[in-house]
Design a protein around this ligand. Sequence first.
Ligand code: FES
Length: 209
Amino acid sequence: MTTRISVSLSWDDAFDADETRSMMRQIGADQIACLQGPGPALTDVLNTIDDDRIELVGWSSHDGPVPLSWLRRVAGQWVRHHEDVPVVVHAGVVRPGQELSDEWRTVTGEEAPLHSPAWQDFPTFRHHLFTCRGPRCNAAGAADLHARLQEKLAQSHALDTDVLITVTGCMYPCNSAPLIVVWPDGRCIQLTEDNLDRVAAELAGPSRQ
Ligand code: FES
């Protein structure tokens, strides 16, 4: 028996329940997993499978680059401890409406590891931004506002260099929903349509504008 797993590749995809169900049907998958973000982690799902062959299909609903190579690396880490189970990865990222190809790559266990000396320390970002996706913030439009803030920071080339974003659950000052908190100063900001551009510009810094 073969188990086919549809694996969401990006953080945003993992948050999208409708797209996750739709892609599972499109891919003809038996199970779902996510490479990153909320939902069942790929390694945890692999640990539950007792079949002769496992097929992994990475998908994303976004046009931009997504970390398909990390799907192979995570699978490779698992295969190193489960050498008796053949695992293959679909050769390309599957997007909505796209059929699977006949190209599959075998996961050998020789894939690059999940550790590197380069990932030992925090990068030297100026702001660590916590974006709340708790119930009150979600109800106040956090998903859309946070996505647009992230997009603006990416356009300013500040994302992950000057500003590191971490998505959180409730941080408790819910009356300020939708909330973001900027560290190291610990400032709470209620993100709105009116201040979105100003907050993005401030976080990116004058050198980025
Ligand atoms: S739900 Fe966001 S601070 Fe409570």
